[in-house]
Design a protein. Structure first.
Lengths: 342, 747
C-alpha cells in the first residue's frame, strides 16, 4: 500500500471528491502512517473488539453547501450519515458525538434549526448524542458551519455485511428511488431552477438494516449505503472486493420519473449521484423475496426493488443491461464528465 | 538467361501462382513458382522469358497488389517444364491475409448454368471470402472454416489443376460438397436453393429477414415496402438513421441514383463497399431528409441468387440491408447468437453452415470528384495494410472510443482492424480484445509499444493502460493529422486543420475546430474556434439545442425576442435548467468543436430540432447545400497573444435577426466556414511560409466543405485522408505513426 505516491505538492479539491485522487491521499498518507487491521479494511465503519463485544465505530464530517436544502439540512445529514455508516456495517447504532465548527456571525436562529433537526433525526434513529464540542472561527475561516459526528454501535455475533462478502448467485436489492439527495443539493447550490419537487432522501436506515439482520442474519451478505458516487461506486467496490461480476437491469433499478428526467437534463447519471437514505444489499436468491418484503414494509423502503445479480468472475466488473438490451459498463464518475462522443 | 523474380505485396490467396503458371505455358518458359513468407518467388528460363516477365508485371490478377518486383539474372538450369511448388507449411507465414473479394464475373456466370447453377457459395481464386473465414495462418483451407467440408471429386480436381481458375481456391465448393443456406418457416426447413427461394418469397411478402452473409448478418426487407421499412425501424429502435440498400447490379443503382465514374468503379470493385450516391428519386423511409443514399451491389452468390429470385417474384430490385445487430452491439456472426439476439427484430432467418470466423461490417465510402472519402473501412479492405515509411518495433494503437478501429504496425505495414464499434458496450469491448488477439496471431507480433488517446475517460485508453508495455499518449487531433501525414508520406512542415466533434484538448477542454502548425517534431495549436460552454456531458452531444444555447448565451444574444424565436419550441424547464447550468458553470466544459457548431447552426436555423443519430444535423445541413456563391455569414477573427480565434457569434446574430430558410442557412454557413478556414490558412501561410495543408477529422466527410476549400485554396498543396476514415476510424493510423516517429527519435 505504501508504494502509492502522491504526485501533487498541494491538496486539490479532487483529493476530497471520492475519485482516484482521494484514494491516492488516503492510501499514500493516512494508511501509510496509521495502518492497523481495523483501519486497513476501509469499510464504512471500523469493526473493533471491546470487552468481548464487537463494535462498529465510524466518523464523518459534514461541510455541505447549502446548509439547508429541499428535504433536509446539514444537521439531519450529520446524524443520518453516521447512523447509516454503522447500520450497513451490521451494527445497532447507539451513541453519537457531535462537534460543531461555527463561523463568526452565523445566525443563532439558523443554528437552532439545525440542532433541532439533529435532535429529531436522533430520536427517529433511536440514538443519543452523548458528547460534543463547539469551536468558533473568525469570519471567512469557514463557510457558515461544519459538523463532525462519530458513532458507535453493537454488532451481533456472526454478522458480516462488508463489501468483500458477496457470493456468486446473490441478488441485488436497492432500497428505494435513487439520486434525490444529490439533485436537491445541486439544485440549491447552483440555483438550477429545477421545478419538480425533488427532495433529499436523508433518513436513518437502521430500522431497515436491523430488521433484515434479525430475520435473515448471515444471509444478508453485503449492505452498503449509497452516498458519494451513488449506486455505481458501491457496486464497483463490492465487485472488486468480492471478486464478482454484478449485472444490473436498468429497467428494474428504482428511480423516480423526475430524477430520471432532471439528471438527463443535467447530464448526470442518476446511478452515480449521492443518496443519503438508500442502501444496496446482496442476499442469496432464495432469500431475496423475503428481504424485499421486509424492506418494502418499513419506512424509507417502500420503493425497494430487486434489480441485479452477482456471479463469481476473475474479472470483477459492474454491467448494466440498458433498456435497449445493450450491456454497458457501469463506471465510477470522474471529477468532471467530459463528452466522449464525437 | 534465367530470371529470378521476387514479388512482394498482396500476392497470396489471390490466384497469383496460377496466373504465373498460365503465363509460363503461354510463353513456353520452364522453371517454377512458389510462395514464401515474403511473397512470391519465381524462376524462369526460355526464349520468351523477357515477355514472360513483362506479362507478369503488367497483367497481374485484379485483386493483387504489387509493392516490390525484383528481377535478377541467374544461371540456367536443366529442366523441361514449369511447376507450381506447393508451399511447405513451415515456409509460409504469410504476414497478410487477403481481404474478402466480391463475386467475380466468371463466378456470376457459373451460378447460371452447369454444376454450380444456383449455388450460393461459388467462388474461385479471383473472388470469395478470405479474411472472414480464416482461423489461423498460413492461409490454407484446413485453417479456415471450410475445413469441415470435404471437396468432392470434381472440386478436388479443380483445386489441384494449375490451369483451373479454382487451383488452390481455398474456399472452393459446389452444391454437392460445400456449405448450404437454410431457412425454417413454420416448422418446415428449406435447404440450398429452396431456402433462397423461400427467403425471397418471404421478403416479397413484406417480412423482415436476418440474412447471414460474408462478414456477419444483415437485417433485410423490401426497400419499397414502407410498412416493412417502418417496422424494421421500430424494432431496431432506429427512427431515422439512413439504411443502406443492396441491389444486383450497377444498372439498378443507376435507376435510383446518379453514379459518377469514380463511384461506379468503387461499386464494382472487389471490395464492393456501400457507396453514398446522389439520389435521382427518393425511397421513402430509407434516408429521409438526405440527398444521398448508400448502395452496395450484391457481393456474394447468395445475395445474387436472392436478388434474382426476389426480382422474379416481386419485380422489385432493392432490399434494405442494414447491419444485423441489436442497438450498439457488434453485428451477429453465428447462427445461435443471431437467433437469440435478433429474435425480436427479424421474422425469419436465412442461415448457412459456413462459419464466419472474423466479423467484418460492410465498408462505407463516398467521393468528392475522384477523391475517396472513407466513412467506414472494413469488409473488402481489412486486413490490407496501409504502408508507412517507419520500420521500428511493432506498435499497437488502440484508436478512439467511438467508431473504434485499432491498428497493429510492423515492418512498414500498418494493419487496421475491422470496424469495432463504440467502446462503452461490453460485447464491443470483448470483440475488441478478441480481434486484437486474432490480429496479433495473424501478424505474428506481440507489440510492447502501445499508443492511445490522451482522453482521461476513454474506455480504450483504460484498456491500453492494462496492457503490458510502454504507453504513448497521443492527443486526438494530433493523431488525426498524423494519419494524413502517414497516408501521403509527408515529411515537410504542414498546416493542419482538424474539424471534428470531440477530442480531448491539451488544456482539458473539448477541441474540434483547430488549426495547427505541424512538422512531425513540433505540434503547435495556432488557431481555433472561439470556445463556448457546453453543458451536460455526453447529452450535450446528443441534444443539439445545448450547443445552440451555449453560443447564444456566450455571445450575450439572449434577449426575449431571440429566446422566443430560436428556443420557442424547446422544453421550457429544460431550457431554464440548461441556461442556469451555463450561468453557474455547472457540469460545463469549454468547447471549440466544429461538430457542435454544425449542431448549433442547424438548431438555430430550424434545420433540425432533435438529432436522432450521430451527425444527423451536419448531414442534413450538407444535404441542403447547393449554391456555392451564396453570400456567406461572417466569423469574427480576433487575435490574443498571437493565437487566432474564429468567433461564430455574428452567424448566430444574423440567424436571429433574419428569417432565412434552412437552405439559405446551409449555404451561408458552408461558404462562411470555407472563407473562415481559408482566411486563417492564408494568414498562417504568410506567417510561417508553409504552403502544404492537411485536413482531417469527421467534419471532412462533408463534401460541400471539401469542394469549397479546394476551390479557394488553389495555391496550396492540400491533403485529405483517402485510405482511412477522416473520422475516428482513422485515429489509430495516426497514433501508430506518432509512436513510430517517437521511437525513431528515441533511437
Amino acid at each position: 500500500m505504501d508504494s502509492i505516491n502522491i504526485k501533487d505538492l498541494h491538496v486539490t479539491i479532487s483529493h476530497g471528491n471520492g475519485t482516484g485522487k482521494t484514494g491516492e491521499l488516503i492510501n499514500g498518507l493516512f494508511f501509510k502512517y496509521f495502518a492497523n487491521p481495523a483501519l486497513n479494511k476501509a469499510d464504512d465503519a471500523a469493526e473493533i473488539m471491546c470487552g468481548g463485544q464487537k463494535l462498529a465505530f465510524s466518523t464523518d464530517s459534514y461541510v455541505v453547501n447549502p446548509i439547508f436544502f429541499k428535504g433536509g439540512d446539514i444537521g439531519r445529514l450529520a446524524v443520518c450519515g453516521t447512523v447509516n455508516d454503522l447500520a450497513v456495517q451490521g451494527a445497532a447504532p447507539k451513541f453519537l458525538s457531535a462537534a460543531v465548527i461555527l463561523e463568526e456571525g452565523f445566525e443563532i436562529k439558523l443554528l437552532e434549526q439545525i440542532v433541532e433537526s439533529m435532535a429529531q433525526a436522533c430520536e427517529e434513529a433511536g440514538v443519543s448524542i452523548v458528547t460534543g464540542d463547539t469551536k468558533v472561527v473568525e469570519k471567512g475561516k469557514c463557510d457558515a458551519l461544519y459538523i463532525n459526528t462519530a458513532g458507535i454501535g453493537v454488532i451481533k455475533e456472526g454478522i458480516k455485511t462488508s463489501s468483500d462478502n458477496a457470493q456468486g448467485g446473490d441478488i441485488v436489492i436497492v432500497s428505494g428511488f435513487l439520486g434525490e439527495h444529490g439533485i436537491a443539493v445541486l439544485n440549491g447550490r447552483h440555483k438550477l431552477g429545477i421545478e419538480s419537487d425533488i427532495k433529499s432522501d436523508a433518513a436513518p436506515l437502521n430500522k431497515i438494516t436491523l430488521k433484515l439482520l434479525e430475520e435473515l442474519g448471515p444471509d444478508i451478505h453485503v449492505m452498503r449505503d449509497l452516498t458519494r458516487g451513488g449506486l455505481t461506486a458501491a457496486l464497483n467496490d463490492i465487485a472488486k472486493d468480492s471478486g464478482v461480476i454484478i449485472e444490473m437491469e436498468e429497467k428494474n433499478i428504482p428511480v423516480s420519473k423526475e430524477v430520471k428526467s432532471v439528471s438527463g437534463i443535467l447530464g448526470l447519471n442518476f446511478l452515480n449521484i449521492a443518496n443519503e437514505g438508500k442502501i444496496v444489499c446482496l442476499v442469496p436468491e432464495a432469500k431475496a423475496a423475503k428481504a424485499l418484503e421486509i424492506i418494502k414494509g418499513l419506512p424509507y423502503g417502500e420503493n425497494a426493488a430487486v434489480c441485479g445479480r452477482a456471479h463469481k468472475d476473475a474479472k470483477p466488473q459492474v454491467l448494466l443491461t440498458t433498456a435497449l438490451g445493450a450491456k454497458v459498463v457501469m463506471r465510477n464518475s470522474s471529477s468532471q464528465e467530459l463528452p466522449r462522443i464525437c | 538467361m534465367r530470371k529470378h523474380i521476387f514479388i512482394r505485396g498482396i500476392v497470396q490467396g489471390v490466384g497469383f501462382r496460377p496466373f504465373v503458371y498460365r503465363q509460363a505455358l503461354r510463353y513456353k518458359v520452364t522453371g517454377f513458382v512458389y510462395n514464401n513468407s515474403e511473397g512470391v518467388i519465381c524462376e524462369a528460363q526460355g526464349q520468351n522469358v523477357e515477355q514472360f516477365v513483362k506479362a507478369i508485371k503488367t497483367g497481374k490478377p485484379k485483386v493483387s497488389e504489387i509493392t516490390q518486383f525484383t528481377v535478377t539474372d541467374i544461371d540456367d538450369q536443366n529442366e523441361t517444364d514449369f511447376k507450381i511448388i506447393l508451399s511447405v507449411p513451415s515456409q509460409i507465414s504469410n504476414p497478410v491475409i487477403p481481404a474478402d473479394i466480391a463475386t467475380c464475373n466468371n463466378c456470376k456466370e457459373d451460378i447460371k448454368s452447369y454444376r454450380r447453377k444456383n449455388y450460393s457459395f461459388t467462388n474461385c481464386t479471383n473472388c470469395g471470402p478470405r479474411y472472414t473465414i480464416v482461423e489461423k495462418l498460413p492461409y490454407d483451407r484446413k485453417f479456415t472454416s471450410m475445413h469441415k467440408f470435404n471437396m468432392c471429386k470434381e472440386c478436388s480436381a479443380e483445386y489441384n489443376n494449375p490451369e483451373n481458375r479454382r487451383f488452390h481456391a481455398e474456399p472452393n465448393a459446389c452444391d454437392i460438397c460445400g456449405p448450404q443456406p437454410f431457412i425454417e418457416t413454420q416448422g418446415k426447413k428449406f435447404e440450398g436453393f429452396f431456402a433462397i427461394k423461400e427467403a425471397s418469397r418471404l421478403l416479397a411478402n413484406g417480412n423482415i429477414l436476418a440474412v447471414k452473409g460474408i462478414g456477419g448478418f444483415h437485417l433485410a426487407c423490401d426497400a419499397l415496402n414502407l410498412d416493412a421499412v417502418k417496422l424494421l425501424r421500430q424494432r431496431k429502435a432506429r427512427p431515422l438513421k439512413p439504411f443502406a440498400l443492396m441491389c444486383a447490379d450497377i444498372g439498378d443503382a443507376k435507376e435510383l441514383c446518379y453514379v459518377t465514374k469514380a463511384e461506379e468503379k468503387a461499386l464494382l470493385s472487389p471490395a464492393a463497399p456501400i457507396v453514398m450516391l446522389k439520389k435521382k428519386r427518393d425511397i421513402k423511409g430509407v434516408s429521409d431528409g438526405l440527398n444521398t443514399i448508400g448502395i452496395m451491389l450484391a457481393y456474394s452468390p447468395l445475395h445474387l441468387l436472392l436478388f434474382s429470385e426476389f426480382n422474379n417474384l416481386s419485380g422489385k430490385k432493392f432490399l434494405v440491408m442494414t447491419s444485423g445487430n441489436r442497438a450498439d452491439e457488434p453485428i451477429c456472426v453465428d447462427n445461435a447468437k443471431a437467433l437469440s439476439n435478433l429474435k425480436g427484430i427479424a421474422d425469419y432467418f436465412l442461415l448457412h453452415n459456413r462459419d464466419i470466423i472474423n466479423r467484418c461490417d460492410d465498408s462505407v465510402i463516398c467521393f468528392e470528384e475522384e477523391q475517396p472519402v472513407f466513412i467506414r473501412r472494413s469488409r473488402g479492405y481489412v486486413p490490407n495494410p496501409v504502408k508507412v515509411d517507419e520500420n521500428g518495433d511493432a506498435v499497437f494503437a488502440v484508436g478512439a472510443d467511438m467508431k473504434n478501429v485499432f491498428c497493429l504496425a510492423k515492418g512498414g505495414n500498418a494493419v487496421l482492424s475491422p470496424y469495432i464499434g463504440d467502446m462503452d458496450e461490453r460485447l464491443t469491448q470483448n470483440y475488441f480484445m478478441e480481434s486484437l488477439n486474432n490480429f496479433k496471431r495473424f501478424l505474428d507480433v506481440e507489440p510492447k509499444i502501445i499508443a492511445c488517446d490522451s482522453h482521461p475517460q476513454y474506455y480504450s485508453s483504460a484498456m491500453a493502460k492494462n496492457l503490458e508495455g510502454r504507453k504513448i499518449y497521443v492527443q486526438h487531433h494530433h493523431a488525426h493529422l498524423a494519419s494524413v501525414m502517414a497516408e501521403h508520406n509527408l515529411k515537410e512542415p504542414v498546416l493542419g486543420v482538424t474539424f471534428d466533434g470531440t477530442g480531448y484538448g491539451e488544456d482539458g477542454g473539448v477541441w474540434g475546430g483547430e488549426f495547427f502548425y505541424y512538422n512531425l517534431d513540433n505540434f503547435e495549436r495556432m488557431a481555433s474556434l472561439k470556445p463556448m460552454l457546453l453543458a451536460g456531458g455526453d447529452n450535450a452531444v446528443k441534444e443539439i439545442f445545448r450547443p445552440a444555447l451555449g453560443y447564444y448565451y456566450g455571445a450575450d444574444l439572449l434577449n426575449e425576442d431571440v429566446t422566443a424565436k430560436i428556443f420557442g419550441d424547446a422544453d421550457k424547464e429544460k431550457f431554464n435548467i440548461v441556461l442556469n447550468m451555463l450561468k453557474a458553470g455547472f457540469n460545463c466544459v469549454k468547447c471549440s468543436s466544429m461538430g457542435r457548431l454544425f449542431d448549433a447552426v442547424s438548431f438555430a436555423g430550424k434545420v433540425l430540432t432533435d438529432a436522432k443519430y450521430d451527425a444527423h444535423a451536419p448531414m442534413l445541413l450538407e444535404s441542403l447545400f447547393e449554391n456555392p456563391s451564396a453570400t456567406p455569414f461572417k466569423f469574427d477573427i480576433t487575435a490574443e497573444n498571437g493565437f487566432i480565434y474564429a468567433d461564430p457569434a455574428p452567424v448566430f446574430k444574423e440567424i436571429a435577426q433574419n428569417n432565412f430558410s434552412p437552405k439559405e442557412v446551409s449555404e451561408k454557413f458552408h461558404t462562411a466556414l470555407s472563407d473562415m478556414t481559408c482566411g486563417i490558412i492564408n494568414k498562417l501561410s504568410n506567417e510561417t511560409g508553409v504552403k502544404t495543408v492537411v485536413f482531417s477529422g469527421g467534419v471532412f466527410n462533408n463534401r460541400a466543405l471539401i469542394r469549397l476549400i479546394k476551390n479557394s485554396l488553389k495555391k496550396h498543396k492540400l491533403y485529405f485522408n483517402e485510405k482511412v476514415p477522416c473520422g475516428d476510424g482513422g485515429i489509430a493510423l495516426g497514433q501508430v505513426y506518432i509512436a513510430l516517429k517517437q521511437l525513431a527519435k528515441d533511437g
